[in-house]
Design a protein around this ligand. Structure first.
Ligand SMILES: Cc1cc2nc3c(=O)[nH]c(=O)nc-3n(C[C@H](O)[C@H](O)[C@H](O)COP(=O)(O)OP(=O)(O)OC[C@H]3O[C@@H](n4cnc5c(N)ncnc54)[C@H](O)[C@@H]3O)c2cc1C
Length: 391
């Protein structure tokens, strides 16, 4: 097969990139290691920054967000006996939207199918070749066991943290940074209306808790747990009791309503960046190039911001052989990536119990400043709602 751009990975980065390229008249073929059903069912992120929503709307992908998304003006930050609301819209004139990654994935699959764009699901053994030439190609085995080769003008590595694209960059020419945190999140989905109108981020001496949501009838909640935690060791009652304690059930009359838990999983917390994000005709986007701990709600938004930069860069490269934007892609994307890396690290270390009493006092001091000072609050709000794409 022959196409303009081979996209490896049909997650949000890969499918959105194919969509944006098509709008520019650029052909692509997407290959995905998992089945369509598996990719559609993955429960992951749920907050879209205002710039992400603007981009999705401009790309004709806003209908689902309008119909089912929920715009939030801010978040609550709390610690025992105190809860404070940060009003992002008042602080920086921007909001965020609650819209599950599963919903966005469904929108992207629907758009891809409506346009008849080729996606090879269940593809194994993807390998990248001749990336230093201007005729790279990708080989893989399709779902029926047939060997396939796709020749292209560029390869987009949108294959997440465990795909082959990241490692296809030559060893001496890439640099990586990593921070592994000494705690994980136990996340649940529950069939119960949220007990809050906006997200609650709770500092607690026993550990962090987050009350998020996916819709008016589905709640998403998280607990800080030690690394190596087995979700099976957390029966429903233990989860709800721990959430009630950390989220302040009973505080100023606020109540946490429990409900049937439909999904539970443990998510390790990690920061990771690989630089540069391009090599020859290979371009990395999304989790293929970077990981953030989810406290700042940045992973999905960074993937969207990367492909918003990459699509015009690849269009110029493929259509006009103009490499200006493609050459600038890595440097431009990494500026925003490192800002999000810092914000995600900052939110994580401000809110999670480390076991060190000195850390705890610093965290409380930071939380008081962020909630009491307009300058502190505006800084958090500006980063949480997302800096402009290309920042
Ligand atoms: C378990 C988990 C929970 C998360 N929870 C949250 C959260 O609560 N809040 C938050 O903000 N963010 C969360 N994130 C982060 C967010 O979901 C990601 O940042 C986002 O999915 C990035 O999109 P992506 O398209 O770059 O990567 P992905 O969504 O990872 O997509 C990459 C795709 O590439 C495919 N692939 C991999 N290897 C190959 C191969 N060899 N060949 C072909 N295809 C391949 C994968 O199957 C996958 O479909 C979570 C991430 C994970 C992994």
């Amino acid at each position: 097969m022959r196409t303009d751009v081979v996209v490896i990975g049909a997650g949000p980065a890969g499918l959105l990139l194919a969509h944006l390229l098509a709008a520019e008249g650029i052909e692509s073929i997407v290959i995905e290691a998992r089945t369509k059903q598996y990719v559609a069912a993955r429960i992951r992120a749920g907050i879209l920054e205002s710039a992400s929503v603007d981009l999705l709307r401009a790309a004709g992908l806003g209908a689902g967000i309008e119909a089912e998304g929920e715009e939030h003006r801010g978040i609550y930050l709390q610690w025992p006996h105190e809860r404070h609301h940060l009003d992002f819209t008042a602080l920086v004139g921007r909001s965020v939207w609650v819209y599950g990654q599963t919903q966005l994935q469904a929108d992207l699959v629907a758009a891809s199918e409506a346009a008849g764009r080729p996606v090879f699901y269940d593809a194994s053994g993807a390998a990248l070749h001749d990336l230093d030439s201007d005729r790279p190609y990708v080989t893989f085995t399709d779902a029926d066991g047939n060997g396939q080769r796709i020749d292209a003008l560029a390869v987009a590595g949108c294959d997440g943290a465990f795909g082959p694209s990241r490692a296809a960059m030559p060893d001496g020419q890439r640099e990586t940074w990593e921070r592994v945190y000494p705690y994980s999140w136990l996340g649940i989905l529950a069939d119960v209306p949220p007990s809050t109108d906006e997200l609650i981020y709770a500092w607690h001496p026993d550990g962090f808790a987050l009350h998020s949501m996916r819709s008016a009838t589905v709640s998403r909640l998280y607990l800080q747990v030690p690394n190596g935690t087995n979700a099976a060791d957390w029966p429903d009652d233990r989860i709800w009791d721990t959430l009630a304690t950390r989220l302040g059930h009973g505080q100023d009359g606020w109540r946490l309503t429990p409900g049937p838990i439909t999904e539970r999983s443990v998510l390790p917390m990690r920061s990771f960046v690989q630089s540069p994000m391009s090599h020859g005709r290979l371009f990395l986007a999304g989790d293929a190039a970077h990981t953030v701990p989810p406290t700042g709600a940045k992973g999905l938004n960074l993937a969207i911001a990367d492909v918003a930069l990459l699509a015009p860069a690849l269009s110029d490269l493929v259509r006009d052989n103009d490499a200006k934007l493609a050459d600038a892609y890595s440097g431009t994307a990494l500026r925003r990536v490192w800002r999000a890396e810092h914000f995600s690290w900052w939110m994580t270390t401000m809110l999670h119990a480390s076991g060190d009493p000195f850390d705890a006092q610093l965290q409380l001091s930071q939380l008081r400043w962020v909630t009491a000072s307009a300058a502190g609050a505006a800084g958090l709000a500006e980063n949480y709602t997302g800096l402009p794409i290309g920042f």
